[in-house]
Design a protein around this ligand. Sequence first.
Ligand code: MRU
Length: 360
Amino acid sequence: MIPTLEWLPEGVSFLDQTKLPLEETYVLATDYKQVATVIRDMIVRGAMAIGVSGAMGVALGILRSTANDIETLNAEVVAICDHLAATRPTAVNLFWGIGQIRDLYDALAAANTPIPEIKDAVVTRARQMYDEDIAACRQLGDFGAELLPRKGTVLTHCNAGALAACGYGSALGVIRSAVARGHQIDVFADETRPYLQGARLTAWELMKDNIPTTVLCDNMSAHLMKQGRIQAVIVGADRIAANGDTANKIGTYGVSILAREHGIPFYVAAPWSTIDIHTAHGDLIPIEQRNPREVTHSNGIQMTPSGVAIENPAFDVTPARYISAIITERGILRAPFTEAIRRMAEGARPAREILEAQTI
Ligand code: MRU
């Protein structure tokens, strides 16, 4: 198991993803402000990982509070949640994770639960969310595995693996499950400029699992698709709107258009916590703009002329019409997505037979 993050008696330990693949070092956050810094600086990144990190950050903030009365603690909890929520805007899992602990806190506080019991309960819930994340990834991995070819090459963009979650991963979880069932899968990992999550992180974790992996520059996949060398595309998601439009790492949208042009299925794998039924469509998803230095510099070396204008949106939105299926731990969603998501949100799950009848 890759130790992306871990609750410890001293705080929350994070594998420092900014140092991978060259160094495996850990950062210990002993208070919620340090957790927020770890999220903002992308020491931990990936929608699911920052969701659970946000939850653990709120739990850590409550645990470390010295408030003796509930009114003081209430005010602190609002500040803790606001501080953590201000770190990264796009992945809805962050707000979901913070909200899970906040809702539990509010319910316990309203029921006059003693503060020590509240502290125990929020820490227990945050740690439980870690286990639930792994379980969700394994379940969606099992659902999605049969969508991948028995033998072939799958393209992925960014890192939607164990490092983007508490373990196993979403898109890479599906690949892991398919390989475990005997599929012979080779992976093309887009390098994912400018932060290189594919080259640094996806390649690192797939190589640890001995899954054959080849890194591509982001501009190579059209050529390889045209040559018939890619049989499926699978990516993760940072936020899926109620109509299926999907925000994921910048460049995903372009890959989806290429896949459609070449008749290649394009799959999104994400836990239910990534679906934002309160956001009607993708144009409403906030897109994080990151530091231009990520584009101008590589490993501290300047790559562009001083003073040149830079764009650095961290995510783009793939319209639902380019998505062949959305794989969740509750089942597989197909177009029309608005209806499929609404039904799944209401608890209706597609019958197993329907899942098994799905073919590429
Ligand atoms: O900026 P990042 O590295 O946090 O972005 C991550 C991605 O876009 C992943 O592909 C996405 O989180 C899906 S994996 C849970």
